[in-house]
Write a protein of this length. Structure first.
Length: 502
């Protein structure tokens, strides 16, 4: 959190040249540093292995101090009330991108909003490759089964995986920044857009709207965020040939080395090309990648076909369709046009895409593609069993068999998400909202999309009473951290209470 404050501090110091604003954010950064140091010092004697109960608790509790500190700029500037500031901060940290800030809010608050989105996804990736596999049990199964990725509760392995994945996240952020810079945006707008797109936070801020190159830069940035970061890690880890594979000769002196250096360079590029080919084959043979690309292709063509009669410019129609499909399947929720003007079936399609989400191992929300694939295959297998009762079936993903334990957890996850959506919708409808709007708000929170096209927006959330806004904060965390953490924590609390009565 202290590092996230560097962005508004630099903007206040270099662009605004306002010492008071820079000092204000510097004080908040100092408070964050002290708070983090206290937590780090208190846990200096931790064990080398984390328990499931501790994992579940930390996945939930971690957002409380972050939200408390992150909401201070919104409160102190009087642009949002304390409860709205908390809702804004939680939605940004969970990458939901529910932007409650008015359009005329100071630019530095827009930058702080983008910093919170990037920080939230940064923390989510840390949890994703360390403690989430211990809790949910069905994360990363395709890679762990067919591509040799191992998840361990041991501290050393967790630190190694987190470091590698977060370096990839930072590299993709720099790549996205470069794309927006090439598209013609200035440094601050490029950075803000990169942070919003790579984190899938989105929000109402969109610099350079109407600029074709900016829109395509946003599309590719959101596509990067849809991908499996563990798959990125595997591909990048194997594409560079190791030094041991280049030469088996021992060089006697510099002259001998200079004579053979051109052969080493040629061998290096030959190995690099071969590795690139094999990695591309692995990438495009991945079931999730195939499902994601096919879904985007089919959905874009469907919207393009239905819009072509109303929009004469074919290039504009394609850009509109492609952008919004990628935006909602990545659960970013950015728009470049008024989606209320879309036909009802197109808005419903975008709604479904937000529910599906990106790949497992990405920073997107939703069910995740791998779970949808397993549900479809399970339905097909059960249909075959009805026709052929004695038939033995096996669910395979990318050539690897999926254990029935994992299939059961996917079914349990889908059932729990459906029940949670219904329960939260009923509770939100008590605030006086129509039930359809309550359902959309519940799904927007659970899928971390923030707003859903033509059904709910930031004004809808602002109209809620205080209790319902607090409930939305909870739903944002439930959707981001998955329901299993809450169930495990509740079960442990109940077990401890029973244990005391014994």
């Amino acid at each position: 959190m202290a590092l996230a404050y560097l962005l508004p501090i630099c903007y206040a110091f270099f662009s605004m040249q306002n010492w008071k604003v820079a000092a204000f954010f510097s004080i908040l950064a100092a408070i964050s540093t002290i708070t983090g140091s206290i937590f780090a010092y208190s846990s200096r004697n931790h064990r080398q292995r984390i328990k499931i109960s501790e994992s579940a608790a930390s996945m939930i509790v971690v957002w409380i101090p972050l939200a408390a500190i992150g909401a201070v700029p919104f409160i102190m500037t009087n642009w949002l009330s304390p409860i709205d500031s908390l809702l804004e901060t939680i939605s940004n940290l969970t990458a939901a991108g529910l932007s409650l800030l008015p359009l005329n809010a100071p630019y530095i608050l827009q930058l702080w909003q983008a910093s919170l989105m990037w920080l939230g996804s940064f923390i989510f990736l840390s949890i994703l490759v360390t403690i989430l596999p211990e809790v949910s049990g069905c994360f990363g199964m395709e890679l762990s089964l067919s591509q040799g990725q191992i998840f361990s509760p041991m501290l050393g392995q967790m630190r190694y995986m987190a470091t590698k994945i977060l370096l990839i996240y930072e590299a993709l952020t720099l790549l996205s920044f470069g794309l927006f810079k090439l598209a013609g945006l200035d440094n601050w707008d490029s950075l803000s857009m990169a942070l919003r797109c790579i984190s899938t936070g989105g929000g109402s801020f969109f610099a350079g709207k109407g600029n074709i190159y900016v829109e395509y830069a946003a599309i590719f940035s959101m596509l990067f965020a849809c991908g499996n970061f563990l798959l990125y890690f595997r591909l990048l880890n194997t594409i560079i040939p190791p030094a041991s594979s280049l030469s088996s000769k021992k060089f006697v002196n510099i002259k001998h080395f200079a004579k053979n250096v051109h052969l080493l360079i040629i061998k290096f590029f030959v190995l690099l090309r071969n590795n690139a080919k094999s990695n591309a084959k692995i990438f495009f043979s991945n079931s999730e990648v195939q499902f994601l690309l096919v879904t985007i292709f089919v959905s874009t063509n469907f919207i393009l076909f239905t819009m072509f009669g109303t929009l004469i410019d074919g290039n504009f129609s394609f850009r509109m369709a492609f952008f919004h499909v990628v935006s909602f399947i990545s659960t970013t929720g950015m728009t470049i046009a008024n989606v209320n003007d879309f036909q009802d079936y197109n808005r419903f399609l975008l709604f479904i895409l937000a529910v599906v989400g990106g790949c497992m191992g990405s920073v997107t929300g939703g069910l995740k593609s791998i779970r949808v694939i397993i549900l479809f295959k399970l339905a097909a297998n059960e249909t075959l069993k009805v026709i052929h009762p004695r038939m033995m079936t096996n669910i395979k993903v990318s050539g690897a068999s999926v254990p029935m334990k994992i299939v059961g957890r996917v079914l349990a996850f889908f059932f729990l998400c459906s029940v949670s959506m219904f329960v939260f919708s009923v509770i939100l409808s008590l605030s006086g909202q129509p039930f359809s709007t309550s359902v959309a708000m519940s799904m927007a929170c659970l899928t971390n999309t923030g707003t859903l096209p033509g059904i709910c927006d930031s004004e809808t959330f602002l109209e809620l009473p205080i209790v319902m806004k607090l409930l939305c904060c909870l739903i944002f965390v439930v959707g981001r951290m998955e329901i299993f953490a809450f169930l495990i924590l509740a079960a442990l609390i109940h077990f401890n209470q029973e244990k005391r009565t014994w």
